[in-house]
Design a protein around this ligand. Structure first.
Ligand code: KG4
Ligand code: ZN
Length: 344
C-alpha cells in the first residue's frame, strides 16, 4: 500500500540523446537516476542525428527503466504515477518516452504526468536544495534554450527573456566545432578555457535594448568565426585556449549581468541556474561571485543534474501531480512546446 504522504514517481526522459529513468519520492528524494548517454555514437557525426537517437532510445528504454526500478529497490507495484517529458525536443526521440510511459500508465492503471523538459531543468534545483521554494529567478541555459524566468510558484512562471537566435549551448557547440573540438563542445570549451586568457580577444557583449532580458549569441559566434578565419588567412598564430576563454567570458558576462539585474528589478533574493551550460565551471563561478556581491543567494545543481536526466523530470512531475495535472492516452510529443504551456 502506498502512503498518501509519500508519492513515488517513475519518470522517463528521452527528449534528445540521453535515455533516462528515475524514481523520485515527493519531488525531492531521488531513489535512482539511470542515464544512458548516446554521446559516443553522435560524436562521430559532430552532433545529434535525430533518427539514430530515436532508434537508440527504443533499444535502451526497457533496460534503463528496469535498472531505475531495481536501483531504487522498488517494483512497479510501489509506483504512484508515471511521468514523461513530452516536449520540447526531437519529435522521434520524445515519442519513444511518451509511448512507453503511456503504455506503462495504461497497463498499471496509474496517473500519467506529462512534463515540460525545461520545467524539469528548473526542478533539478529542488533536488539539490531541499529548502529551496519559489519565488526565485532562474537562468535556464541549455543546448536548445536560454531563458530568464521568474518562478512564481511551482507551476506558474513568467518568462522575462529568451534568446532571439542561438541558445547559449548551441553557441558553445558551434564555436567548439570551429576550433576543431569534438561534440558536445560545451564541456571541451569549459576544459580548455581553464588554460586560456579570457582577456586575449575582446569579443562583443550583446546586451540588446536597455532593460531587455532577451539574449542574442549569433553575433558573438560569427565574431569568433571571423576572428579565426582572419588569423588563419594571415597565418597568425593563436591559442585555442585563449579564443575559447575569451568567447566564454563574453557569454558569461551577458548571462551574469542580466540574471543579477532581473533579481534586483523584481526584488528577488534567490537566483538559480539550470540546464547543460550551467555545468560550466566559469559560469558557476561568475554567478556565485556576482550574487555574493549583491547579497543574492545562488543555487545551481550538481553537474549530473545540470544535463538531461530523469530525476529532474520526476521532481517537476511531483508538483504537477499535486496540482492535479494528468495526461491521458491521447498525449502526444510536442517538439516546440513553450515554457508554461500545457498541450494535453
Ligand atoms: O540541457 P542539456 O543537457 O540538453 C538540452 O536540453 O539542450 O544541454 C546540452 C548543452 C550542450 O550544448 C552542451 O555543449 C552544453 O549543454 N554543456 C556545456 C557544459 N556541459 C554541457 N556548456 C558549457 N560548459 C559545460 N561544462
Ligand atoms: Zn535539457
Amino acid at each position: 500500500m502506498n502512503d498518501k504522504d509519500r508519492v513515488v514517481i517513475l519518470a522517463i526522459e528521452s527528449s534528445c540523446d540521453e535515455t533516462s529513468a528515475a524514481v523520485v519520492v515527493n519531488g525531492r528524494e531521488v531513489l535512482s537516476n539511470v542515464i544512458s548517454s548516446q554521446i559516443k555514437i553522435h560524436k562521430q557525426f559532430g552532433g545529434v542525428v535525430p533518427e539514430i537517437a530515436s532508434r537508440k532510445h527504443i533499444e535502451n528504454i526497457d533496460r534503463v527503466v528496469a535498472d531505475a526500478l531495481s536501483e531504487a529497490g522498488v517494483t512497479l507495484k510501489d509506483i504512484d504515477a508515471v511521468a514523461v517529458t513530452y516536449g520540447p525536443g526531437l519529435v522521434g526521440a520524445l515519442l519513444v518516452g511518451v509511448s512507453y510511459a503511456k503504455s506503462l500508465a495504461f497497463g498499471l492503471d496509474l496517473p500519467l504526468i506529462p512534463v515540460h523538459h525545461i520545467e524539469g531543468h528548473i526542478a533539478a534545483n529542488y533536488i539539490q536544495y531541499k529548502e529551496l521554494e519559489p519565488p526565485f529567478i532562474c537562468l535556464v541555459v541549455s543546448g536548445g534554450h536560454t531563458n530568464l524566468v521568474k518562478i512564481n510558484t511551482y507551476n506558474d512562471f513568467d518568462i522575462l527573456g529568451h534568446t532571439r537566435d542561438d541558445a547559449a549551448g548551441e553557441a558553445y557547440d558551434k564555436v567548439a566545432r570551429s576550433l576543431g573540438l569534438p561534440y558536445p563542445g560545451g564541456p571541451k570549451i569549459d576544459e580548455i578555457s581553464k588554460e586560456g586568457n579570457p582577456d586575449s580577444v575582446k569579443f562583443p557583449r550583446v546586451m540588446l535594448e536597455e532593460g531587455s532580458y532577451d539574449f542574442s549569441f549569433s553575433g558573438l559566434k560569427s565574431a569568433v568565426l571571423n576572428h579565426l578565419n582572419r588569423c588563419r588567412l594571415k597565418g597568425e598564430e593563436y591559442r585555442e585556449a585563449d579564443i575559447a576563454a575569451s568567447f566564454q567570458k563574453a557569454v558569461i558576462d551577458v548571462l551574469t549581468e542580466k540574471a543579477v539585474r532581473a533579481c534586483e528589478e523584481y526584488g528577488m533574493s534567490k537566483l538559480a541556474a539550470c540546464g547543460g551550460v550551467s555545468a560550466n565551471f566559469a559560469l558557476r563561478a561568475s554567478l556565485e561571485e556576482a550574487c555574493g556581491k549583491k547579497g543574492i543567494e545562488f543555487y545551481v545543481p550538481r553537474l549530473i543534474l545540470c544535463t538531461d536526466n530523469g530525476a529532474m523530470i520526476g521532481s517537476a512531475a511531483y508538483y504537477e501531480y499535486m496540482a492535479g495535472c494528468r495526461g491521458d492516452m491521447s498525449l502526444n510529443a510536442v517538439p516546440s512546446l513553450k515554457l508554461g504551456e500545457r498541450r494535453y
